[in-house]
Design a protein around this ligand. Structure first.
Ligand code: DGL
Length: 295
Protein backbone atom coordinates (compact mmCIF):
# COMPACT_ATOMS: atom_id res chain seq x y z
CA UNK A 1 0.00 0.00 0.00
CA UNK A 2 2.68 2.48 1.12
CA UNK A 3 4.91 1.32 -1.71
CA UNK A 4 2.08 1.83 -4.23
CA UNK A 5 1.41 5.31 -2.92
CA UNK A 6 5.10 6.12 -3.17
CA UNK A 7 5.19 4.80 -6.76
CA UNK A 8 2.14 6.86 -7.67
CA UNK A 9 3.68 9.98 -6.18
CA UNK A 10 6.90 9.30 -8.01
CA UNK A 11 5.06 8.80 -11.28
CA UNK A 12 3.16 12.04 -10.78
CA UNK A 13 6.39 13.85 -9.95
CA UNK A 14 8.08 12.47 -13.07
CA UNK A 15 5.04 13.25 -15.28
CA UNK A 16 4.89 16.83 -13.90
CA UNK A 17 8.59 17.38 -14.46
CA UNK A 18 8.20 16.05 -18.02
CA UNK A 19 5.34 18.46 -18.72
CA UNK A 20 7.21 21.35 -17.17
CA UNK A 21 10.63 20.54 -18.52
CA UNK A 22 9.94 18.72 -21.80
CA UNK A 23 12.77 16.30 -22.16
CA UNK A 24 14.84 17.71 -19.32
CA UNK A 25 15.78 15.91 -16.15
CA UNK A 26 18.34 15.22 -13.46
CA UNK A 27 21.62 13.43 -14.09
CA UNK A 28 21.23 9.83 -12.91
CA UNK A 29 24.02 8.13 -10.96
CA UNK A 30 23.84 4.39 -10.42
CA UNK A 31 25.83 1.96 -8.30
CA UNK A 32 25.28 -1.47 -6.79
CA UNK A 33 25.30 0.18 -3.37
CA UNK A 34 27.07 3.03 -1.61
CA UNK A 35 30.22 3.19 -3.77
CA UNK A 36 28.76 5.51 -6.39
CA UNK A 37 28.36 8.12 -3.66
CA UNK A 38 32.13 8.69 -3.86
CA UNK A 39 31.51 9.68 -7.49
CA UNK A 40 28.38 11.71 -6.75
CA UNK A 41 30.18 13.67 -4.02
CA UNK A 42 32.76 14.83 -6.57
CA UNK A 43 30.02 15.71 -9.10
CA UNK A 44 28.35 17.77 -6.40
CA UNK A 45 31.64 19.50 -5.64
CA UNK A 46 32.65 20.30 -9.22
CA UNK A 47 29.21 20.63 -10.83
CA UNK A 48 26.91 21.63 -7.95
CA UNK A 49 24.37 23.43 -10.14
CA UNK A 50 22.96 20.24 -11.66
CA UNK A 51 20.15 18.06 -10.27
CA UNK A 52 21.17 14.48 -9.48
CA UNK A 53 19.19 11.32 -8.80
CA UNK A 54 21.22 8.60 -7.11
CA UNK A 55 20.12 4.97 -7.22
CA UNK A 56 21.86 2.31 -5.13
CA UNK A 57 20.84 -1.30 -5.56
CA UNK A 58 21.88 -2.07 -1.98
CA UNK A 59 19.45 -4.98 -1.66
CA UNK A 60 21.38 -6.87 -4.32
CA UNK A 61 24.93 -5.59 -3.61
CA UNK A 62 27.64 -6.62 -4.02
CA UNK A 63 27.64 -7.07 -7.78
CA UNK A 64 31.36 -7.91 -7.84
CA UNK A 65 31.05 -11.68 -7.90
CA UNK A 66 27.87 -11.89 -9.99
CA UNK A 67 27.81 -13.21 -13.55
CA UNK A 68 27.85 -11.01 -16.66
CA UNK A 69 24.18 -11.74 -17.38
CA UNK A 70 23.01 -10.84 -13.89
CA UNK A 71 25.01 -7.59 -13.66
CA UNK A 72 23.73 -6.62 -17.11
CA UNK A 73 20.12 -7.41 -16.19
CA UNK A 74 20.26 -5.51 -12.86
CA UNK A 75 22.03 -2.52 -14.44
CA UNK A 76 19.53 -2.33 -17.28
CA UNK A 77 16.66 -2.33 -14.77
CA UNK A 78 18.29 0.60 -12.96
CA UNK A 79 18.93 2.54 -16.17
CA UNK A 80 15.31 2.02 -17.27
CA UNK A 81 14.08 3.29 -13.91
CA UNK A 82 16.30 6.37 -14.04
CA UNK A 83 15.03 7.06 -17.58
CA UNK A 84 11.45 6.74 -16.30
CA UNK A 85 12.35 9.39 -13.72
CA UNK A 86 13.32 11.66 -16.58
CA UNK A 87 17.13 11.44 -16.52
CA UNK A 88 18.50 12.27 -19.98
CA UNK A 89 21.97 11.15 -18.89
CA UNK A 90 22.91 8.25 -16.60
CA UNK A 91 26.39 7.66 -15.22
CA UNK A 92 27.19 4.13 -14.11
CA UNK A 93 29.14 5.08 -10.97
CA UNK A 94 30.20 1.47 -10.68
CA UNK A 95 33.16 -0.21 -12.34
CA UNK A 96 31.57 -3.64 -12.26
CA UNK A 97 28.47 -2.39 -14.10
CA UNK A 98 30.66 -0.31 -16.46
CA UNK A 99 32.74 -3.40 -17.20
CA UNK A 100 29.93 -5.89 -17.60
CA UNK A 101 26.87 -4.00 -18.80
CA UNK A 102 27.76 -0.64 -20.33
CA UNK A 103 28.66 -1.73 -23.84
CA UNK A 104 25.55 -3.90 -24.33
CA UNK A 105 23.31 -1.16 -22.95
CA UNK A 106 24.89 1.46 -25.21
CA UNK A 107 24.87 -0.68 -28.33
CA UNK A 108 21.73 -2.81 -27.99
CA UNK A 109 19.34 -1.26 -25.48
CA UNK A 110 19.73 2.48 -25.86
CA UNK A 111 18.58 2.60 -29.50
CA UNK A 112 15.38 0.78 -28.45
CA UNK A 113 14.82 2.66 -25.18
CA UNK A 114 15.57 6.22 -26.31
CA UNK A 115 18.40 6.98 -28.69
CA UNK A 116 18.56 10.61 -27.55
CA UNK A 117 19.62 9.67 -24.00
CA UNK A 118 23.07 8.63 -22.89
CA UNK A 119 24.57 6.11 -20.48
CA UNK A 120 28.25 6.62 -19.62
CA UNK A 121 30.68 4.54 -17.59
CA UNK A 122 33.69 5.37 -15.46
CA UNK A 123 36.43 3.06 -16.72
CA UNK A 124 37.30 4.95 -19.92
CA UNK A 125 37.77 8.36 -18.20
CA UNK A 126 39.96 6.73 -15.55
CA UNK A 127 42.11 4.98 -18.13
CA UNK A 128 42.52 8.19 -20.15
CA UNK A 129 44.41 10.00 -17.38
CA UNK A 130 46.69 7.14 -16.32
CA UNK A 131 49.21 7.76 -19.09
CA UNK A 132 50.02 11.11 -17.46
CA UNK A 133 50.24 9.64 -13.96
CA UNK A 134 52.47 6.58 -14.27
CA UNK A 135 56.17 7.29 -14.69
CA UNK A 136 57.36 3.81 -15.65
CA UNK A 137 54.22 2.34 -17.27
CA UNK A 138 53.64 -0.27 -14.52
CA UNK A 139 50.07 0.08 -13.27
CA UNK A 140 48.24 -1.98 -10.64
CA UNK A 141 44.43 -2.16 -10.59
CA UNK A 142 42.48 -3.07 -7.45
CA UNK A 143 38.96 -4.16 -8.38
CA UNK A 144 36.12 -6.59 -7.85
CA UNK A 145 36.21 -10.09 -9.27
CA UNK A 146 33.80 -9.05 -12.06
CA UNK A 147 35.87 -6.06 -13.16
CA UNK A 148 39.11 -8.08 -13.10
CA UNK A 149 37.53 -10.98 -15.02
CA UNK A 150 36.18 -8.63 -17.67
CA UNK A 151 39.76 -7.39 -18.28
CA UNK A 152 38.22 -4.01 -19.16
CA UNK A 153 41.06 -2.03 -17.58
CA UNK A 154 43.82 -4.07 -19.25
CA UNK A 155 42.11 -3.96 -22.66
CA UNK A 156 41.44 -0.21 -22.53
CA UNK A 157 44.86 0.63 -21.09
CA UNK A 158 46.75 -1.46 -23.63
CA UNK A 159 44.68 -0.01 -26.48
CA UNK A 160 45.43 3.52 -25.35
CA UNK A 161 48.99 2.98 -24.15
CA UNK A 162 50.58 -0.02 -25.90
CA UNK A 163 53.51 -1.28 -23.87
CA UNK A 164 51.98 -0.48 -20.51
CA UNK A 165 52.22 -3.32 -17.98
CA UNK A 166 48.89 -3.78 -16.23
CA UNK A 167 48.46 -6.04 -13.20
CA UNK A 168 45.01 -6.57 -11.71
CA UNK A 169 44.18 -7.75 -8.21
CA UNK A 170 40.78 -9.07 -7.16
CA UNK A 171 39.93 -7.66 -3.72
CA UNK A 172 36.92 -9.83 -2.91
CA UNK A 173 36.63 -8.72 0.70
CA UNK A 174 36.96 -4.97 0.29
CA UNK A 175 33.37 -4.21 -0.75
CA UNK A 176 31.78 -6.47 1.91
CA UNK A 177 33.98 -4.75 4.53
CA UNK A 178 32.67 -1.37 3.41
CA UNK A 179 29.02 -2.34 2.93
CA UNK A 180 29.15 -3.85 6.45
CA UNK A 181 30.91 -0.78 7.90
CA UNK A 182 34.00 -2.77 8.85
CA UNK A 183 36.38 -0.61 6.84
CA UNK A 184 38.12 0.76 9.94
CA UNK A 185 38.48 -2.63 11.63
CA UNK A 186 41.57 -4.81 12.06
CA UNK A 187 39.95 -7.19 9.57
CA UNK A 188 40.22 -4.43 6.99
CA UNK A 189 43.95 -4.04 7.79
CA UNK A 190 44.45 -7.75 7.18
CA UNK A 191 42.75 -7.86 3.78
CA UNK A 192 44.15 -4.55 2.48
CA UNK A 193 47.69 -5.52 3.40
CA UNK A 194 47.25 -8.99 1.88
CA UNK A 195 46.04 -7.65 -1.48
CA UNK A 196 48.73 -4.97 -1.65
CA UNK A 197 51.50 -7.49 -0.90
CA UNK A 198 50.02 -9.87 -3.44
CA UNK A 199 49.82 -7.38 -6.30
CA UNK A 200 53.40 -6.22 -5.62
CA UNK A 201 54.60 -9.82 -5.65
CA UNK A 202 53.17 -10.07 -9.19
CA UNK A 203 54.87 -6.85 -10.35
CA UNK A 204 57.27 -5.18 -7.88
CA UNK A 205 57.81 -2.28 -10.30
CA UNK A 206 54.25 -0.93 -10.05
CA UNK A 207 54.35 2.85 -9.51
CA UNK A 208 50.58 3.56 -9.72
CA UNK A 209 47.71 1.91 -7.88
CA UNK A 210 44.22 2.46 -9.30
CA UNK A 211 41.24 2.09 -6.97
CA UNK A 212 39.10 0.47 -9.66
CA UNK A 213 35.98 0.19 -7.54
CA UNK A 214 34.01 3.18 -6.32
CA UNK A 215 33.73 1.73 -2.83
CA UNK A 216 37.48 1.67 -2.24
CA UNK A 217 38.06 5.36 -1.35
CA UNK A 218 36.51 4.45 2.00
CA UNK A 219 39.56 2.24 2.61
CA UNK A 220 42.01 4.94 1.52
CA UNK A 221 43.63 5.38 4.94
CA UNK A 222 44.35 1.64 5.20
CA UNK A 223 45.52 1.49 1.58
CA UNK A 224 47.93 4.39 2.19
CA UNK A 225 49.21 2.66 5.33
CA UNK A 226 50.38 -0.43 3.43
CA UNK A 227 51.43 1.23 0.15
CA UNK A 228 55.21 1.63 -0.20
CA UNK A 229 56.47 5.17 -0.72
CA UNK A 230 56.73 6.30 -4.31
CA UNK A 231 53.53 4.60 -5.46
CA UNK A 232 50.76 6.99 -6.52
CA UNK A 233 47.23 6.03 -5.47
CA UNK A 234 44.55 7.05 -7.96
CA UNK A 235 40.90 7.19 -6.96
CA UNK A 236 38.23 7.94 -9.51
CA UNK A 237 35.85 10.60 -8.12
CA UNK A 238 37.66 13.71 -9.27
CA UNK A 239 38.72 12.16 -12.57
CA UNK A 240 35.15 11.15 -13.44
CA UNK A 241 33.79 14.55 -12.38
CA UNK A 242 36.29 16.33 -14.63
CA UNK A 243 35.34 14.03 -17.45
CA UNK A 244 31.63 14.75 -16.94
CA UNK A 245 32.35 18.48 -17.04
CA UNK A 246 34.22 18.06 -20.34
CA UNK A 247 31.42 15.88 -21.73
CA UNK A 248 28.78 18.49 -20.90
CA UNK A 249 30.88 21.25 -22.44
CA UNK A 250 31.31 19.23 -25.62
CA UNK A 251 27.64 18.21 -25.79
CA UNK A 252 25.51 21.34 -25.36
CA UNK A 253 22.43 19.45 -26.63
CA UNK A 254 22.74 17.16 -23.59
CA UNK A 255 23.84 19.91 -21.21
CA UNK A 256 20.65 21.84 -22.08
CA UNK A 257 18.58 18.84 -21.02
CA UNK A 258 20.16 18.63 -17.54
CA UNK A 259 18.11 20.56 -14.99
CA UNK A 260 20.07 22.99 -12.84
CA UNK A 261 18.33 23.45 -9.50
CA UNK A 262 21.09 21.85 -7.44
CA UNK A 263 18.75 19.15 -6.07
CA UNK A 264 19.78 15.65 -4.98
CA UNK A 265 17.34 12.73 -4.64
CA UNK A 266 18.42 9.36 -3.29
CA UNK A 267 16.85 5.97 -3.95
CA UNK A 268 17.85 2.61 -2.62
CA UNK A 269 16.45 -0.88 -3.07
CA UNK A 270 17.15 -1.59 0.64
CA UNK A 271 15.91 0.20 3.75
CA UNK A 272 15.78 3.98 3.32
CA UNK A 273 16.85 4.53 6.94
CA UNK A 274 19.84 2.29 6.58
CA UNK A 275 20.85 4.05 3.37
CA UNK A 276 20.52 7.52 4.89
CA UNK A 277 22.60 6.45 7.84
CA UNK A 278 25.46 5.02 5.79
CA UNK A 279 25.31 7.66 3.05
CA UNK A 280 26.31 10.25 5.68
CA UNK A 281 29.70 8.58 5.89
CA UNK A 282 30.27 8.78 2.16
CA UNK A 283 28.84 12.26 1.61
CA UNK A 284 29.63 13.83 4.97
CA UNK A 285 26.13 15.26 4.83
CA UNK A 286 22.59 14.32 5.87
CA UNK A 287 20.68 12.44 3.20
CA UNK A 288 17.00 11.55 2.99
CA UNK A 289 16.57 8.39 0.97
CA UNK A 290 13.53 6.65 -0.52
CA UNK A 291 13.06 2.99 -1.16
CA UNK A 292 12.12 1.54 -4.52
CA UNK A 293 12.02 -1.92 -6.05
CA UNK A 294 13.75 -2.81 -9.31
CA UNK A 295 12.40 -5.44 -11.68
N1 DGL B 1 31.17 -0.03 -6.49
C1 DGL B 1 31.23 -1.05 -7.48
C2 DGL B 1 32.41 -0.93 -8.39
O1 DGL B 1 32.87 0.18 -8.62
C3 DGL B 1 30.90 -2.47 -7.18
C4 DGL B 1 30.91 -3.04 -5.87
C5 DGL B 1 30.19 -4.34 -5.84
O2 DGL B 1 28.97 -4.29 -5.87
O3 DGL B 1 30.83 -5.39 -5.79
O4 DGL B 1 32.87 -1.89 -8.92
Amino acid sequence: MVRNQHRLLLLLKVKCSMVLNDNKGAIGVFDSGYGGLTILSQFAKLLPEYDYIYLGDNARAPYGNRSFDVVYEFTLQAVRRLFEMGCPLVILGCNTASAKALRTIQQCDLPKLDASRRVLGIIRPTVEVLGDITRNGHVGIFATEGTVQSQSYSIELKRMYPGMKVTAETCSMWVPLIENREYESEGADYFVRKNIEHILSKDPQIDTFVLGCTHYPLLLEKIKKYTPQGITIVSQGEIVANSLRTYLLQHPEMENRCIKNGSRIFYTTESAEKFSDSAKIFLKDEVEAHRLMLS
